[in-house]
Design a protein around this ligand. Sequence first.
Ligand SMILES: Cc1cc2nc3c(=O)[nH]c(=O)nc-3n(C[C@H](O)[C@H](O)[C@H](O)COP(=O)(O)O)c2cc1C
Length: 321
Amino acid sequence: MAPSVHNTQPWRFTAGGQQISLHADTERQLRVADPDGREMMISCGAALFTARLALRSLGYRPETSVLPDPGQALLVARVSWQGRAACTEFEQELFGQVRQRRTHRGGFDLVPLPPGLLAALRQGAARYRAMLRIVADDGRRAALAAAVEAAERAQRLDSQRVRELARWAPAPGSARADGVPPTSYPARAERTDPDFPGRDFAHGRGWGLPALSTAPPFRSAGVAALLTTVRDRPADWINAGQALQRILLTASTVGIAAALHTQPLEFGWLRESIRAQLSDGAYPQLVLRFGAVVQAVASVRRPADDVLSADGSDSAGASHE
Ligand SMILES: Cc1cc2nc3c(=O)[nH]c(=O)nc-3n(C[C@H](O)[C@H](O)[C@H](O)COP(=O)(O)O)c2cc1C
């Protein structure tokens, strides 16, 4: 149920006894846009947070080791549970959002975020040694939007990238349980000022949801932010993913949705320019926008049987390496 880049769901769980192992599935990695597997690992981090939260909702105390085996680079984490502790109200609220939360693609209503939310999101990120930096200054926000726009333009001119995106953009009515379905993005892009263009999932085929007739003509870009880490190793990507899912679920508990824009982080020169100019040298892992909006989108996921096997051994993961 976690978010993942292009809804690739690049994870496999194996369970045995009181332990779950989470492996990255490189068959689902974006070879062109994400050759280092950074976004794949962020996605796995989000799945790890979700699995731990699920255990908490059942009253278990998960013990997690991230990248436990240097010989198995694709073994993202092992989670075991021995002790029990009652689930807190906040954890329950977060867990309640796991199936509700959806990525937003477009503008937001012109209403402020609930007081205290950004502070809570920042604290949530800090638990995973990640930093949520709010890009509030108009000039910096415009610079970030310009980076998204530049990336989107470059992406649309690159046939390899276009083909890769098309592989994860199923047609309307598709029975696929992965990829970004037309039920999850608007048919007509909604412009905001500054404009953060979305990905071109429909690729000129007119797919997507019709505009809500009640949507007001003026929409806000929302509160823009960067999720960053001090270093840029696989462990940092996994932690950024954990922080991301905590942030998204926390926002969702108060009716706030997030739009994600990783386009500029998939081009080395743009990522480097954001790092130097907008994040004090820290490594940008995600570009986010937060805001209030009525959502009518639907996404898909693979059934549990496809991602979870009862075999507790890690050998399947090792064979990938
Ligand atoms: C690392 C990462 C990068 C993402 N980048 C984008 C993006 O650039 N544009 C976008 O619309 N969604 C992006 N997403 C959101 C995914 O497309 C989304 O999580 C997935 O389609 C599942 O849908 P859901 O979040 O509504 O459940 C990203 C998600 C992750 C985890």
